[in-house]
Design a protein around this ligand. Structure first.
Ligand SMILES: Nc1ncnc2c1ncn2[C@@H]1O[C@H](COP(=O)(O)OP(=O)(O)OP(=O)(O)O)[C@@H](O)[C@H]1O
Ligand SMILES: [Mg+2]
Length: 371
C-alpha cells in the first residue's frame, strides 16, 4: 500500500506529489491529460518496467533527460526508480540498490487492469499464464525458484537444439524441465481451483444477471494430458529439432473459465467480459489476503468507464470498497466523482499533465525527490 507517490518528468506529467487514500483513489481527466501515465508510474514501482513501452526512452518527458518515480509504502519503506537516457535504469528499495525484480514484486503486490481487459480470453496464452503466475508467485513461496530454474533449463535446451547438438546433449536438460515443470504445474492447478472458488461469488455480485450460468475451469498444462512430461519430451524430440525450440512444457500452459461450456468471449457481452476480468483480479486480492495475510495489495484500473454502464461502475466501486486493496481508478467520466466518499476516499483531476486534488490545488511536488 502506498502512502506517497512522487514523479518527475514522467511522460506529460512534469512533476507530481500525491498522498493517496488507503482505499479508493479516482483519477479523472480528459483524453490525453495523463491518467494512464500516472497509473504507469505506479506500475513501474512494482514491476520495474512499463506496461506500454518496451523502451523507457519513450516514457521520459520529451523535454527532459531522465524520469524519476519515488514512493513510500505505508510502513515508510522508500522505493525509488530513475531512468536516465544516458545511464539507464536504477531502482532502489529501502535505500539499497535492487537485487532482483522479484523483490520489488514481493514488496508491492500490484495488479493492473488495462482498458481493453475484456479481450483477455481472446489474447494469447501468455497473458493468462501471467495472471495465474502472479497469484501463484505470491501464494507459493517456492514458485519463483522453480520458475527461474525451469526457464534456465529451457533456455539451455533451446540453445542446444539451435546449435544442432546431438540428441543426448539436448536431452541432458529434460530432467530439470521435468523436475521443475511438474511442481509448477501442480502449483498452477491448485491455485486455479482456488481462483475459481473465490471468483464465483464476486462475479455473481458484479453481474447478478448471469447467476445461473455454469463456470468450469479448463486447464491445459502444456503437454498432452494422456502422457507424462518426461515421455512426451522424448517422443517429440524430432519435432522440437525441426521447429528449432522446445514446443511443449510448463511454458506453454493455458487456461480458461468456460461459461456454459463455451469460451467467455463467445458467451458474454463486452461489459460482462470486463466484469469477468475484474472479478478474477478481485478474487486474487482476496486469495492473497486470506492465504498469505497480504492486505496491502494495489489495484490499478485504467478507464473503468469503458464498456461499463453507470450501474455496473457503481457496483464495481462498491465491491472494491469491501476488499483489502488500495485502488487507483482512472476515468474520463466526471460523474464518477459523485460516488466517492470524500471523508475516506480521494479524487484527483488531471489536466494537461498537472494533477489537482479535490480542492483544486495543483499538487506538483518540488523537483528534489531522489532519496
Ligand atoms: N514521453 C512523453 N513526453 C511527453 N508527453 C508524452 C510522452 N509520452 C506520451 N505523452 C503524452 O502524454 C499525454 C498523456 O497520455 P495518457 O495516455 O496518460 O493520457 P490519458 O489521460 O490516459 O488519456 P485517455 O483518456 O485518452 O486514455 C498524451 O498527450 C501523450 O501524447
Ligand atoms: Mg488512458
Amino acid at each position: 500500500m502506498l502512502a506517497q507517490i512522487r514523479t518527475l518528468s514522467f511522460r506529460n506529467i512534469k512533476q507530481a506529489d500525491i498522498t493517496p487514500a488507503q482505499g479508493i483513489n479516482l483519477i479523472i481527466g480528459e483524453n490525453g491529460s495523463g491518467k494512464t501515465s500516472l497509473l504507469e508510474a505506479i506500475y513501474m514501482l512494482a514491476m520495474g518496467r512499463s506496461f506500454r513501452s518496451r523502451s523507457l526512452k519513450n516514457v521520459v518527458n520529451h523535454d527532459e533527460q531522465r524520469l524519476t518515480v519515488f514512493a513510500r509504502s505505508l510502513d515508510q519503506t522508500p522505493i525509488g526508480l530513475q531512468y536516465d537516457l544516458a545511464t539507464g535504469l536504477q531502482i532502489r528499495l529501502n535505500n539499497a540498490p535492487l537485487k532482483r525484480l522479484s523483490d520489488l514484486a514481493t514488496h508491492l503486490p500490484l495488479q493492473f487492469i488495462p482498458a481493453n481487459c475484456h479481450q483477455f480470453f481472446e489474447l494469447g496464452p501468455k497473458y493468462r499464464r501471467r495472471m495465474v503466475d502472479w497469484g501463484v508467485f505470491h501464494v507459493e513461496h517456492q514458485f519463483n525458484f522453480h520458475w527461474q530454474s525451469y526457464k534456465k533449463a529451457l533456455q539451455q535446451r533451446n540453445a542446444a537444439i539451435k546449435k544442432l547438438k546431438p540428441i543426448k546433449e539436448i536431452q541432458l536438460w529434460d530432467k530439470y524441465l521435468v523436475e521443475h515443470g511438474l511442481v509448477i504445474n501442480a502449483m498452477r492447478e491448485r491455485y486455479l481451483q482456488t481462483l475459481l472458488e473465490y471468483f464465483l461469488p464476486l462475479f455473481h455480485q458484479l453481474c447478478p444477471e448471469l447467476n445461473d450460468y455454469q463456470f468450469n475451469l479448463r486447464y491445459l498444462r502444456g503437454w498432452n494430458k494422456d502422457s507424462d512430461f518426461a515421455t512426451y519430451l522424448i517422443a517429440h524430440i524430432e519435432r522440437d529439432r525441426a521447429l528449432g525450440y522446445t514446443r511443449s512444457g510448463a511454458h506453454a500452459a493455458d487456461w480458461s473459465l468456460r461459461v456454459n461450456g463455451a469460451d467467455p468471449y463467445e458467451m458474454l457481452s463486452r461489459g460482462q467480459q470486463k466484469l469477468f476480468f475484474l472479478a478474477l483480479s478481485m478474487a486474487q486480492i482476496l486469495i492473497l489476503a486470506e492465504k498469505k495475510q497480504l492486505t496491502s495489495t494495489v489495484l490499478l484500473i485504467d478507464d473503468l468507464s469503458s464498456e461499463l454502464d453507470w450501474h455496473h461502475q457503481n457496483t464495481v466501486i462498491n465491491t472494491l470498497r469491501s476488499l483489502p486493496v488500495q485502488c487507483f481508478i482512472s476515468s474520463t467520466n466526471e460523474e464518477l466523482t459523485g460516488l466517492i466518499d470524500q471523508k475516506k476516499e480521494k479524487m484527483f483531476h488531471v489536466k494537461h499533465g498537472v494533477i489537482f486534488d479535490r480542492e483544486g490545488d495543483a499538487i506538483n511536488g518540488d523537483s528534489d525527490i531522489v532519496e
